[in-house]
Design a protein around this ligand. Structure first.
Ligand code: 5GP
Ligand code: ZN
Length: 110
């Protein structure tokens, strides 16, 4: 837990948010400023600042994250139409919340 981290506060329920999915390791929320009809944020509960801070022991978190993405894509009905999975890394990469999260973006009209 990082005290000033918005996503840690969301994960801990200190900032009320709708969880589309939760398990021991992750929560999934809707992006507050969606870039597409479906725009979810998949948040590991563990505070990791960015991809640069991943440790070998975090490998399971990252592989499980992609399984959550697969499940959420199906639930949102974008698995067949297709979607983007995106990590922004540090400021130059567009990261504004420094708690690792995976964007799941899709649902564009054909
Ligand atoms: P980043 O640019 O760090 O990869 O993505 C951060 C994302 O978090 C942005 O797409 C932004 O719209 C979203 N966001 C920022 N604050 C909040 C919030 O309080 N609630 C939710 N649900 N999303 C947020
Ligand atoms: Zn955090």
């Amino acid at each position: 837990m990082s005290e000033d981290c918005l996503f840690c506060k969301i994960v801990k329920g200190e900032i009320p948010s709708e969880f589309l999915y939760e398990d021991d390791s992750f929560v999934v929320i809707k992006d507050i400023n969606p870039a597409a009809p479906v725009h979810l944020l998949l948040l590991p509960k563990k505070h990791i600042r960015s991809n640069n801070d991943l440790q070998k022991e975090d490998g399971k978190i990252i592989s499980d994250l992609f399984m959550v993405a697969k499940k959420m894509a199906k639930e949102q009905g974008v698995n067949e139409s297709g979607y983007k999975l995106l990590f922004n890394v540090e400021k130059g990469g567009g990261q504004v919340i420094f708690h690792v999260h995976l964007h799941l973006i899709g649902g564009w009209k054909k």
